[in-house]
Design a protein around this ligand. Sequence first.
Ligand SMILES: C[S@@+](CC[C@H](N)C(=O)[O-])C[C@H]1O[C@@H](n2cnc3c(N)ncnc32)[C@H](O)[C@@H]1O
Length: 338
Amino acid sequence: MSQWIGTANQKYASYAMEELRRIIPGASFAQLAAGEVFLMTSPIAKTDTLSAILRQEPIFLRHIQPVDRLIEICGSANDLDELSAMIRHSRLAFEGKRAAVHIRRSSKSAFHYSASDTKGILDAVLEEIGAEPVVQQPDIILSIYAAADFLYAGFGAPRDMLSDWPGGAVRFQREEGQISRAKFKLLEAERSFSLQYASFRRALDVGAAPGGWTSLLLERGLSVTSIDPAEMHESLSAYPTFTHVKKNASEVKLKEAAFDLLVCDMSWSPMLMCRLILDLQYALTRDATAIITVKLMHRKPLQTIREVKERLETGFRLLKAKQLFHNREEVTFHLQRK
Ligand SMILES: C[S@@+](CC[C@H](N)C(=O)[O-])C[C@H]1O[C@@H](n2cnc3c(N)ncnc32)[C@H](O)[C@@H]1O
């Protein structure tokens, strides 16, 4: 038996639980923050549960942490003593490692201390047992979720939590002059799918206006052809490597095998988007990569995803589908042309 805290994007926790139920038969669930954070009780051990999750990573599960210690909140310094004792008990797991402390809380938690005060105290304990407290690139994360009456604490490698951000909430700094918030989605996809956009040469951006995704690819040194009947942001014309085809994507004629990266964030009916992308296949090199957002139009996201996957798999291999932190009513597909 093992227990876990799972987190999904707001309103999508029930789908994450549905996926987990299929992967881990007999798992049971209790909601901790409505539609977002839940407690999972798995009938199998920690390592077996984790391997099952990593083997078939759920699309809607943003973050998962084991519950190695359950602490009833007293509302006094005793809570911090219990967390410190947990670290000292687990010395062997932390010693000699770069260790990060992540603290999240539900709005109704009786835990009094701020995240930064708690982190300050626990960082000192980590140093005392020979670990190096860090914020970035940790080897191990101590993750604490403060629910109404209990602290759920567990530790593991970032990969085993599906993210190295607290609760999988990836925060990027908004830049001066940033064209759209949509840019964060493509940035997050780069990390989440372990891609390096700079390793591609020519990108096709379908449904590109106002140009957040295009701007990122241009900054990474690619030449970008952007298709959109709407205006692109004027700052993009400073790049000699930028071409705007001001048309509907169904009307364009492109060179064969001209692009090794296709990105598409059209926010459209999933089936129409599939047809459009499949019709543009000829313009991609063999093995070209594609990053596509899939709009979840109606109340059955898992079915929509299955249907889109089936359609696109006539021309592409689906490498991963994931609801990213920056996705709203959508998921992102990472594909490779067959
Ligand atoms: C959500 S916006 C894209 C935002 C963009 N990724 C960014 O970073 O700024 C969707 C765009 O898709 C475009 N679009 C919708 N249908 C299209 C089609 N059939 N052909 C080309 N563009 C289309 C819309 O004009 C709109 O500008």
